[in-house]
Design a protein around this ligand. Structure first.
Ligand SMILES: NC(=O)c1ccc[n+]([C@@H]2O[C@H](COP(=O)([O-])OP(=O)(O)OC[C@H]3O[C@@H](n4cnc5c(N)ncnc54)[C@H](OP(=O)(O)O)[C@@H]3O)[C@@H](O)[C@H]2O)c1
Length: 165
């Protein structure tokens, strides 16, 4: 199994406010779709609830919740991260798509971080991505994009891989 964390973070690593994303960046949504389609997306119950049309198509949707009676259309529900990961095949590519609690829990297990680093500070935030320790994570690629008519601020697609011990 290969485990990636995928997130859009601002300069302060903020990722959300009142269960909504902080920025609307069409190219970020396109990249998210391109990377995750055909693979497994694993998320917390609140992030699932934030999806406007529910489960995302053409992906295995996996949701964590402590509510054992919870049933979600188009998604499999597991009570712990360990149970969810145990359900995955050796060749499965799993993308952790949020939110904050999942990112914190899964970071020590991840192989890769696929971040959109947004060069702005959201005025309000109540959810953050965990700190990225440069001693553990090495930048693999960086694709910087300027602001334009569809994107209110500059941003960069930055991939990190775990440094070899
Ligand atoms: N910028 C981005 O890329 C991005 C991506 C995704 C989400 N977000 C933002 O992140 C925020 C949501 O983050 P959040 O931390 O509040 O919520 P979350 O992680 O999406 O969901 C939290 C819920 O998931 C379940 N859960 C999480 N970890 C679990 C575990 N280890 N075992 C069992 N259940 C677990 C629990 O559900 P129960 O309460 O049902 O037990 C928990 O209350 C929103 O603002 C959203 O917009 C941002």
């Amino acid at each position: 199994m290969y485990l990636s964390l995928i997130a859009a973070i601002d300069r302060n690593r903020a990722i959300g406010y009142e269960n909504k994303l902080l920025f609307w960046l069409p190219n970020d949504l396109k990249r998210f779709k391109t990377l995750t389609t055909g693979h497994t997306i694993l998320m917390g119950r609140k992030t699932f609830e934030s999806l406007p049309k529910g489960a995302l198509p053409q992906r295995r949707n996996v949701v964590l919740s402590t509510d054992k009676s919870l049933q979600l259309p188009g998604a499999e529900v597991f009570p712990t991260l360990e149970d969810a990961l145990a359900s995955c095949c050796p060749d499965e590519h799993v993308y952790i798509i949020g939110g904050a609690s999942l990112y914190h829990h899964a970071l020590p297990l991840a192989d890769e971080l696929c971040l959109t680093e947004i060069d702005a500070e959201a005025p309000h935030a109540d959810a953050w991505f965990p700190p990225i320790d440069p001693a553990l994570w090495q930048e693999k690629s960086r694709d910087a994009r300027p602001a334009d008519e569809k994107h209110p601020c500059p941003y960069a697609f930055v991939d990190y891989v775990r440094r070899k011990a």
